[in-house]
Design a protein around this ligand. Sequence first.
Ligand code: IPM
Ligand code: MN
Length: 359
Amino acid sequence: MPSAKIAVIEGDGIGKEVVPQGIKVVRQAARLFGIDLQWEEFDWGCDHHARIGRMMPENGLDRIAGHDAIFLGAIGWPTVSDVESLWTLLMPIRRNFQQYVNLRPVRLFDGVPSPLANPGLIDFYIVRENNEGEYSEIGGRMFPGMDQEMVSQETILTRFGCDRVMRFAFELSRKRKRKLTSATKSNGIIHTMPFWDERFRAIAKEFPDVATEQYHIDILTAHFVRRPSSFDVVVAGNLFGDILSDLGPAVTGTIGIAPSANLNPERRFPSMFEPVHGSAPDIAGRNIANPIGQIWSGAMMLEHLGAKDAADAIVTAIARVLASGENLTPDMGGTGSTASLGQAIVDALSRRPEALRHG
Ligand code: IPM
Ligand code: MN
């Protein structure tokens, strides 16, 4: 891969601590594999809101639309309502840039204790629909403050939206174990979820070589805990996918390591890479946040940009450092810091570049 231009948004809270570690590791990988990366920082977030009254400038999206990727930390801080902070920064990026796939790997690494006694080998992907579903602007409030106060919020599923994310999940399954699980709740949610199942069956016909199964979300969460090693690719709507993508990583020990790729698979717009975790105001500013979710997101970014070998090298370095048990942050039972863990991964990357380069 020749070169790429990356928009960096550290955002809020621990985003400001983990993003520099992510950049440090990705830079080192880029150096080792001969990739030219240019980074442009955007100071958008709740501090920007305090200064200027907006999370990002009015022309914010235009300013990053031409970049090859967006590397984001986390958005949200108690001084700004979540509706304001997320729906004027994170959501506009996900939606306007048609990042309709939220790809979230779940993997148990040696050295990270799982809360399960016998977790087995856990290595699967959640493919979360990222543009519609329960996350909709359709709805409202009537009679505010009165006895008959009421709210409603509509779930929006479109054939177009279901089909494209399902096709992505089937394609991914084809590159893996050819087994795809769909999360549903068509026994209780009687309009949208039967439609989801219908589209799943229709798209499955295009992929006769992929085995399918579907579970209602309630029992699926139980299976995530009882037999997480049985999953390979799980496709879910926006809300179920959100929930599953915290539960999956929790079963692997900590959501601090979990990455995500908000993908526009057609590459008409930049894709965005951010950890699954949020800005964590409770631990912000203490240099104890786990940087691996951010660093691994950086690996997913390199892979998306066409540098799979560099991406693999980062994941291998992460695995090596975790297995060593050194520098682990408190969420993994260690006493390491954000910076020391990030540095350990840089060092692990650099140690055997030749071996890494050739496989
Ligand atoms: C995530 C987050 C967001 C989401 C929040 C912050 C709106 O939880 O990326 O998983 O629900 O998508
Ligand atoms: Mn979430």
